[in-house]
Design a protein around this ligand. Structure first.
Ligand SMILES: CC(C)(COP(=O)(O)OP(=O)(O)OC[C@H]1O[C@@H](n2cnc3c(N)ncnc32)[C@H](O)[C@@H]1OP(=O)(O)O)[C@@H](O)C(=O)NCCC(=O)NCCS
Length: 185
């Protein structure tokens, strides 16, 4: 009886994570590999989230373009709706010169679809992939600006812990936070 209850709960949880409810209708979300046609939508999402500077968007887009140019340093996962339109994405890769430490370089979910577990779906997928590749540690860098408050809450909720803080790294009023999660087997 106990086991059955668990599996029902698990099923409900999975359904919740794969169904993003929008105001007007239900959007079925699934994950897939990055395709060339996602470029424009990703650029739109990076602008739409309203927290990135133009310089940051340019760097994020340079990772997209390097990947389209067949550079294999970066991995992408894209969350799409039933029309195969990107709603969010994540970019990650193995940190060079480390024994299987990985970094999440970028994550963004279109504002309208935030807080519907698309970000956690993306990050969990990446963690799964890193685990399969025998990764040991995932590192994420972020900012202490007030506009990143929900981003920090998201990472903490996902089990990342603040491991270092570099005061005044980004600017006189903006520290760098380094968050880590060790992969358990
Ligand atoms: C950070 C981001 C990717 C999270 O994606 P998301 O799909 O909105 O996040 P989820 O719905 O999966 O959130 C998972 C949990 O994180 C926490 N969380 C996420 N957003 C939050 C918010 N605005 N306020 C408080 N908690 C929040 C919650 O605990 C949430 O679970 P709950 O809704 O069941 O309480 C998204 O908000 C985003 O694109 N932000 C702007 C871009 C950005 O900051 N990128 C990272 C740069 S370092």
């Amino acid at each position: 009886m106990k086991a059955r209850k668990y599996s029902l709960l698990k099923k409900r949880e999975l359904l919740r994570r794969f169904t993003a409810k929008t105001r007007d209708r239900e959007t079925r979300v699934h994950l897939r590999e990055f395709q060339e046609k996602d470029r424009e939508k990703i650029q739109e999402i990076l602008g739409d989230v309203k927290i990135f500077t133009q310089a940051e968007i340019d760097v994020a887009m340079s990772l997209v373009d390097e990947t389209l140019g067949r550079d294999q340093s970066y991995c992408f996962v894209v969350a799409v709706d039933q029309d195969d339109t990107a709603l969010g994405y994540i970019c990650y890769g193995q940190a060079p010169m480390t024994a299987n430490t990985w970094e999440v370089y970028w994550i963004a979910v279109s504002r309208r679809y935030q807080r519907r577990h698309i970000g956690s779906l993306l990050l969990e997928e990446v963690e799964k992939d890193i685990r399969v590749k025998a990764g040991r540690l995932i590192v994420i860098e972020t900012s202490t600006k007030p506009s990143y408050r929900s981003t920090r809450k998201f990472y903490l909720e996902m089990g990342y812990r603040v491991t270092a803080r570099i005061p005044r790294f980004y600017s006189e009023v903006d520290d760098k936070l380094i968050l880590c999660k060790y992969i358990t087997r």
